[in-house]
Ligand binder design. Structure first.
Ligand SMILES: Nc1ncnc2c1ncn2[C@@H]1O[C@H](COP(=O)(O)OP(=O)(O)O)[C@@H](O)[C@H]1O
Ligand code: SF4
Ligand SMILES: [Mg+2]
Length: 341
């Protein structure tokens, strides 16, 4: 059914040509090299790639959380409002209110000398001065309850070190949703946690998306984390998106050798990780990135052109792929994984 364009709301997040560079002794090093992403309200976008591929920097760039002296260009619109170049006071009002952020290590995100409750209450009062300290603490208790922390009344007056890793991550999520954000950016939210707790946290994020309609950007180096939680996946390498598509298409119909490498490196439940094949080599540094396709020194499919020409991200059957040979991969590669959807 066609919708009247007047009633189509802008995407929750729309990133176009976003670039971010750091200043070094010999000029700038580009960590994010022109990425395009779109997230609709209530959807989950997974950003995946090995460490150093530019996942965190791209989100920190649009939140204006990069160190002074970094350079950010391009566009990142949140509900139609441009974040790149937004005045510091305006972005501060959006950060922590309409956009909640969850970091990998909640121990460093929390202040060790304040109770969990005080910190959540402060996060609320920072954006709404009409909330008293007492009301803030009550809300904090309720929030701890909503992220399934047992005995929230007792927990609210405890310090971060009194929480286990999993409970701290829940408290971090409680703080991130304290001001009812429309968008939650979760950067490796489960990396430090064991598998069981990891599954619980992912369930919790999924529940928040369903109950509150929050859009979620889920950053991870682990494809397994996004397999069950994301709608769409963007695979990053060397500061670019090398493949993008619906989660099933990325898993079963990938058109990029790097994504295939990540899939091969995934522990497979059936073989106890026996056939696990890591991608050889390491991701490039922003100061010494190879020319052409940044993945070419590690790519089993590389040809001469890969060392000289950087491929564009373009449609290749079910996904968008940045590979010169995206359409010819089935002939070039042995089948990787036998996975039934
Ligand atoms: N403050 C910084 N100064 C210089 N380089 C940085 C800085 N932060 C990140 N980088 C570099 O930018 C690249 C992308 O980093 P990042 O986005 O953190 O990767 P990841 O995909 O693991 O989140 C890496 O090569 C990293 O070393
Ligand atoms: S462009 Fe070449 S090096 Fe890059 S992923 Fe494709 S085949 Fe590999
Ligand atoms: Mg990171």
């Amino acid at each position: 059914m066609l919708q009247d364009p007047k009633f189509i709301s802008p995407p929750l997040l729309e990133i176009k040509g976003l670039r971010a560079s750091f200043r070094g002794s010999n000029g700038y090093g580009e960590a994010v090299r022109g990425i395009d992403l779109t997230l609709q309200p209530g959807k989950v976008l997974g950003i995946v790639g090995e460490s150093g591929s530019g996942k965190s920097v791209s989100m920190m760039a649009l939140l204006q959380l990069l160190p002074a002296g970094s350079l950010v260009t391009g566009s990142a619109k949140f509900g139609g409002r441009e974040l790149v170049g937004m005045a510091p006071g305006d972005i501060r009002r959006i950060r922590g209110k309409q956009i909640g952020v969850i970091f990998q290590d909640p121990l460093t995100a929390f202040n060790p000398v304040l109770t969990i409750g005080e910190q959540i209450a402060e996060a609320i009062r920072l954006h709404d001065a009409s909330v008293s300290r007492k009301q803030g603490l009550e809300r904090a208790e309720h929030l701890l309850d909503s992220v399934a922390i047992p005995q929230p009344r007792r927990r609210v007056s405890q310090y971060p070190h009194e929480f286990s890793g999993g409970m701290r991550q829940r408290a971090m999520i409680a703080m991130a949703i304290a001001n009812s954000p429309q968008l939650l950016i979760a950067d490796e939210p489960t990396t430090a946690l064991d598998v069981t707790v990891q599954a619980q946290i992912l369930d919790l994020l999924q529940r928040l998306r369903e109950e509150l309609g929050i859009g979620l950007v889920l950053i991870t180096h682990d494809l397994g984390v996004v397999a069950g939680s994301a709608d769409e996946i963007a695979v990053m390498y060397g500061g670019r998106i090398v493949e993008r598509g619906q989660v099933e298409d990325i898993f079963y119909r990938t058109r990029h050798p790097y994504t295939r490498g990540l899939l091969r490196a995934m522990p497979n439940i059936e073989d106890d990780g026996e056939n696990l094949t890591p991608i050889e080599g390491t991701p490039p540094s922003i100061w010494a990135r190879p020319g052409g396709c940044a993945f070419h020194p590690r790519c089993v499919n590389a040809q001469a052109i890969c060392a000289s020409d950087d491929p564009e991200l373009r449609p290749a059957q079910a996904t968008l792929s940045a590979c010169h040979f995206a359409d010819r991969l089935p002939q070039m590669l042995a089948p990787v994984l036998e996975m039934t959807p």
